[in-house]
Design a protein around this ligand. Sequence first.
Ligand SMILES: Nc1ncnc2c1ncn2[C@@H]1O[C@H](COP(=O)(O)OP(=O)(O)OP(=O)(O)O)[C@@H](O)[C@H]1O
Length: 263
Amino acid sequence: MTLEAKQLSFSIYDERILHEVSIQIKEKQLVGLIGPNGSGKSTLLKNMYRLLKPESGTVLLNEQDILKQSSKSIAKNLAVVSQETPVLFDFTVHDLVSMGRTPHKKLLELDQEQDFRIVADALLQTGISHLEKRSFSSLSGGEKKRVMVARALAQQAKVLILDEPTNHLDIQHQLQLMDLIQTLHLTVVAALHDLNIAAMYCDQIYVLQNGRIVCHGTPEEVLTPTLLREVFHVFADIQIHPLTGKPYLTYVPEQFAKKVNQS
Ligand SMILES: Nc1ncnc2c1ncn2[C@@H]1O[C@H](COP(=O)(O)OP(=O)(O)OP(=O)(O)O)[C@@H](O)[C@H]1O
């Protein structure tokens, strides 16, 4: 399964938020979307999971226009972990994760043995089995995030859209979650703020600035001191880490700026 945005533009109240954005997530690739606050990451993802409708351009899920597919067929293939968490009713963790099974069932069909097994697996993989009877509203921010990831896993979609999946998680759970996502070998696009996490886990990175893609490529190609300075307005020393073989960023105060490697 592949996911692609082609020449996508989007405006709110006559203000252009996204300018002809194109991004491509190939089969089983983990693609990171990075950019400063307000650069348009969430807006792009919302267009890609149909919460917003583009002004122009298309979103293709497995090369088919997403606007021409039924919600149920999209939900079988595409799961989303958004920044918002459901607040309408106070469901238990188990109930919420079980909702991930909905696209696979007929109207009013009860959970089958297989559904219970898939939900139990999703709870186990995200490390929240012990919370299954708790009410969702009583959970901490990080626990809620893991419930939403578990729901997405229970959906058994081949494509995942994640809007800041590691937000609210402590460092152990950030790494566990990214490890889990990597081992699932799904087609994934994730908006990420932590550039070291993006460097460590992403196959490709797209950089958004003021609603435009300004750079894309492998973490090694994209994460350079020049890009960090021009897009994020910070100075960073970037080395290839001897253990991971991936770029590792150390942010430095301006007084050390002249000493950082300039690539
Ligand atoms: N409903 C809205 N009404 C007005 N402006 C909006 C609305 N939604 C988004 N915007 C604006 O669109 C721009 C892009 O916002 P978006 O949330 O996509 O950025 P982001 O890159 O995800 O930011 P962050 O890193 O802070 O989460 C921002 O300037 C934001 O204020």
